[in-house]
Design a protein around this ligand. Structure first.
Ligand SMILES: Cc1cc2nc3c(=O)[nH]c(=O)nc-3n(C[C@H](O)[C@H](O)[C@H](O)COP(=O)(O)OP(=O)(O)OC[C@H]3O[C@@H](n4cnc5c(N)ncnc54)[C@H](O)[C@@H]3O)c2cc1C
Length: 415
């Protein structure tokens, strides 16, 4: 059977693209060396954001910068050995984090974020995955007045975008999450985001729906992507040596450059590493929604496997050995805030947020190569943005009018 499109990478991004193409009648093969949703799309904090107006930006104040440099901020770590290679990327990230550029970022990303919950809901309903989703938003806790005051600066923009952020008293926050200890200064409830109890489960459910619509999943390591007459071949280690189709979509998340570089496509893609651990829920404990401890530098989310603590960012080479210092550090801080049982996982999980320095994803055609499409670099928001990316990409690939102007997400911005 003729295949229209190969989608490489069955994380939330690739799986959502494959599903959206299948819904539009395309013959699609989804290729991953693992089963769907077992890498970054498995281990995240499970937030389907609608309200992350500002990005996780490079620190701009001298004080914040010094704290990170001296490794005194529990939200960030780095490997000295990675800094020389990362320097150009970090400089571009610093520039993109200037206040005026942050406002541009917010305006552009709102075009996607304002659809993220509805697009997940639609795929979840048809995939039988609705039971993983919960409403109730997420709670951000602040240990200092300065932190809370900084959060308040987002409120006018939130109102402009029709989002609901409500400052809570400590008692109001405890009424929502009774297992928290009142050691924080203030709280803000963002009610529009949703969250899930198993991001990996959601991705697998979308993949199963894709198969039910006639999509094909091939578990194979894609060693290369090669242009062939009339299309593209994913060279794999499997029995047939590969899969061919007219179009290929690279949605390999943090591994995308491995296949693009040999094609001469060099993108400023870095990884922001992060860790997680599950903890047993002690009797009378537990949470009903994700909670961010802003100055503590971590998020805790109720998941199927227990309470999942996810860390901030570690700048390091992608394949460098794990150094879960942020996890050990934030676990101590988190235990002050809420009761956590024993560690559940045998070792910390590590994931790699695929990130461009301007913090925007690339969604669209690879300009110089006909039939090659890219969906990469969703950084801290990839779980949120998978379905909306799938829709935008499928609309572009099938010639439908895209629901939003895809120009800001074009790879052309990197020259
Ligand atoms: C600690 C942490 C917390 C996060 N929290 C959130 C959150 O709450 N909300 C949110 O929206 N986002 C969150 N994110 C970000 C989000 O998880 C990612 O942006 C998203 O999962 C990226 O999805 P992806 O499909 O691009 O990549 P992935 O899920 O990594 O998928 C890429 C796939 O490519 C496959 N692959 C790689 N190389 C090959 C090859 N050669 N051949 C075949 N297959 C290959 C891999 O096996 C993998 O399945 C978090 C990330 C981290 C690390």
């Amino acid at each position: 059977m003729k295949t229209d499109t190969l989608v490489l990478g069955a994380g939330i991004v690739g799986t959502s693209i494959a599903l959206h193409l299948a819904k539009r009648g395309q013959k699609v093969t989804l290729i991953d060396r693992k089963a769907p949703g077992e890498e970054t799309s498995y281990g995240n904090a499970g937030l389907v954001e609608a309200a992350s107006l500002y990005p996780v930006a490079f620190p701009r104040s001298l004080r914040a910068l010094i704290e990170v440099a001296l490794k005194r901020n529990p939200a960030a770590n780095y490997h000295w050995s990675a800094l020389p290679g990362l320097a150009p990327w970090l400089y571009a990230y610093w520039k993109a984090s200037a206040p005026d550029r942050i406002l541009d970022y917010a305006r552009i990303m709102q075009k996607l974020l304002s659809h993220s919950v509805a697009e997940h809901d639609a795929l979840a309903a048809e995939s039988g995955a609705a039971h993983y989703f919960r409403e109730g938003g997420w709670l951000k806790l602040y240990r200092t007045e300065a932190g809370l005051a900084n959060e308040r600066t987002e409120f006018p923009l939130a109102r402009e975008y029709g989002l609901t952020a409500r400052e809570l008293t400590i008692d109001e926050a405890l009424a929502l999450e009774p297992s928290l200890r009142p050691i924080f200064h203030g709280a803000v409830l963002w009610s529009d985001p949703h969250s899930v109890s198993s991001p990996g489960g959601v991705t697998k459910a979308y993949a199963a729906r894709f198969e039910a619509l006639g999509g094909r999943i091939v578990q194979a390591d894609a060693r290369a992507l090669a242009p062939v007459p009339g299309g593209w071949k994913a060279v794999t280690a499997g029995p047939h040596g590969g899969e061919t189709a007219e179009n290929a979509v690279v949605a390999l998340g943090p591994w995308s450059s491995d296949l693009l570089r040999p094609l001469g496509i060099r993108l400023p893609l870095a990884v922001k590493r992060g860790y997680h651990m599950h903890y047993a829920v002690p009797p009378g404990g537990g949470l009903t929604r994700p909670v961010l401890d802003e100055e503590g530098g971590y998020v805790v989310t109720p998941m199927e496997a227990g309470i999942r603590l996810t860390t901030g960012v570690e700048f390091a080479r992608r394949d460098a050995p794990k150094t879960p210092v942020l996890l050990d550090w934030t676990e101590k801080i988190a235990r002050e805030l809420l009761p956590l049982g024993a560690r559940v996982d045998p070792e910390p999980w590590i994931g790699y947020r695929p990130a461009f320095p301007d913090m925007l994803p690339v969604i669209g055609p690879a300009r110089t190569r006909k039939g090659l499409w890219l969906a990469i670099g969703h950084q801290h928001l990839g779980f949120t943005l998978g379905p909306v990316t799938g829709r935008l990409m499928a609309e572009m690939m099938t010639g439908e009018a895209p629901f939003t102007d895809p120009a800001p997400f074009s790879v052309a911005r990197f020259g």
